[in-house]
Write a protein that binds this ligand. Structure first.
Ligand SMILES: [Fe+2]
Length: 236
């Protein structure tokens, strides 16, 4: 059962819009505008994924299109869909390896699979709320280092990577590593969030097992079952 406060917070982290007849350019403008209205750095633009420009050139357009077929055929199974592994490996905070991460992320479903392909979201606000006050105080004082080690090896396999700038002049190069406060504050609501759940890319100083907070608290999660023309928007 989800408590009313938790539910309020869960409902604030993911926006689902069904049957949206808007194109990719309109979606991009919406996400950029949301960032501008909520304190995005003036020089900040939409993030450019270091891998997906390759997909763009394959398609001959400028749309950021993710495809599981492309993942298998062109990226040497970058998403590791063929290996046996724990599903919890997939938890991550988007672009946390950048010095200036994205503030909002939007995705539109073009073609949905008959079964599977769901996306799980977790409330970083709810995770912070689950900590006792002393643990919250400790978390407030910590930083965490986020590193995405799987990107650069793709260059050795012949893929062209975009090494920047990726949405901001501080997001350049091939290190894909950045240090951030473990607790971030939403500039609009003032809510605090325990940010970043990736088991492969995040190292928090201290002993908070961030990922376990999510795997142990299913009521902090939202599962989205995609339909064509769904748009889902979430904050970082
Ligand atoms: Fe993501």
């Amino acid at each position: 059962m989800v408590g009313s406060r938790d539910w309020q917070r869960c409902s604030q982290v993911v926006i689902v819009l069904r049957h949206q007849d808007i194109n990719m350019d309109q979606l991009k403008r919406l996400i950029q505008k949301m960032g501008e209205l909520t304190g995005k750095p003036e020089e900040g633009k939409l993030h450019i994924n270091p891998i997906h420009p390759e997909v763009n050139s394959c398609l001959g357009n400028d749309e950021a299109l993710l495809s599981s077929e492309h993942n298998r055929d062109k990226y040497d199974d970058y998403l590791n869909t063929k290996q046996k592994q724990f599903a919890s490996r997939g938890w991550h905070a988007d672009t946390s390896y950048e010095n200036i991460p994205s503030d909002y992320i939007g995705m539109k479903m073009v073609k949905a699979p008959m079964t599977g392909g769901d996306t799980l979201f977790a409330s970083c606000y709810g995770a912070y709320d689950r900590l006792s006050e002393p643990w919250q105080k400790m978390a407030d004082s910590l930083s965490s280092t986020h590193h995405e080690p799987d990107i650069m090896p793709l260059a050795d396999k012949g893929l062209n990577l975009w090494l920047g700038p990726r949405g901001h002049l501080q997001n350049v190069g091939g290190r894909f590593e950045a240090t951030h406060p473990l607790v971030i504050t939403n500039p609009v609501t003032g809510w605090k969030a325990l940010w970043g759940f990736s088991p492969i890319s995040m190292r928090a100083k201290g002993r908070i097992n961030v990922l376990k907070l999510i795997t142990d608290n299913h009521d902090l999660q939202y599962r989205h079952r995609w339909k064509p023309d769904d748009i889902v928007i979430w904050d970082k």
